[in-house]
Design a protein around this ligand. Structure first.
Ligand code: DGL
Length: 275
């Protein structure tokens, strides 16, 4: 099969992956990127395994068709519910050089180092929490660390509807902080294990006790991708390096442009992708 270099694909159910994208372009600005948000079908966090797998695979295949050889699932829910099946069942059938990576593995590899007490809290979608992926993966790298999980089903809708900094968001932010902290008095580190949640960071910090560290994933994922591309020069060669960035959404491009600006702080010109 003819191998042709292409952009790095970055996928999320909506805008959340842009918090990872922002760190990727900061850490690895030389590459071309193609972002795809499945805004027409967000949220994924409340959907079944089968649905998240089906939606994610469909979007990954679109990114392959658009020329990406390497796709990052910048979405914890998709990483928890679809990545393994895609890596173990779908990619081997293609018999080609394309690869899909997620955000959970790079995070769990180092998250234990942030905590002194060995008690880490995490906020995530219902889907990520119910998959227990973080508990299982953290246990592999840090067997003595305890993970306390809290699902926050209203946080993604708040972000997607640009209500994350409104007074109305306070109730849901306080509610989940209190519920999580009730699970263990020893939590000294909290991971935002949903790529939408960094937009809520100012609100979370407002209500979080000062001694608790807040960990965001974007930088961790960007550093891990740097390392991956160094270890895989054959894949690095298949990633174009002209600093071009393209954005696709399964919803309206106009709406995407307005909201993406809030995430990225710069103008974007998205294209619509029909499913
Ligand atoms: N941004 C996604 C994540 O990291 C989930 C958002 C959703 O529920 O679709 O989990």
């Amino acid at each position: 099969m003819q191998q042709k270099a292409g952009p790095i694909g970055v996928f999320d159910s909506g805008y959340g992956g842009l918090t990872v994208f922002k760190e990727l372009i900061r850490e690895l600005p030389q590459y071309n990127y193609l972002y795809l948000g499945d805004n027409a079908r967000v949220p994924y966090g409340t959907r079944s395994f089968e649905t998240v797998y089906h939606y994610t695979l469909e979007c990954v295949n679109h990114l392959f068709d658009l020329g990406c050889n390497l796709v990052i699932l910048a979405c914890n829910t998709a990483s928890a519910k679809a990545l393994r099946t895609i890596q173990q069942n779908n990619l081997p059938k293609r018999k080609d050089y394309r690869r899909v990576l997620g955000v959970i593995r790079p995070t769990t590899e180092i998250i234990g180092d942030f905590s002194q007490s060995g008690h880490i809290g995490l906020f995530a979608t219902q889907g990520t929490v119910m998959s227990d992926s973080y508990v299982i993966e953290v246990n592999k790298f840090f067997p003595s660390v305890n993970v306390h999980q809290e699902a926050c089903p209203m946080w993604v809708p708040l972000v997607e509807n640009n209500e994350h900094l409104s007074a109305g968001a306070d109730y849901f932010v306080k509610k989940h902080i209190n519920q999580l902290l009730r699970k263990s008095a020893d939590i000294d580190t909290i991971l935002l294990a949903c790529t939408h949640y960094p937009l809520l960071e100012p609100k979370i910090r407002e209500f979080l006790p000062d001694h608790i560290k807040l960990v965001l994933q974007g930088e961790i994922v960007a550093k891990s991708l740097t390392d991956y591309l160094m270890r895989h020069p054959e894949m690095d060669e298949l990633c174009l390096k002209n600093r071009e960035r393209d954005f696709y959404t399964t919803e309206s491009a106009e709406g995407f442009n307005v909201k993406a600006k809030i995430f990225l702080g710069e103008d974007v010109n998205a294209k619509h992708l029909g499913l």
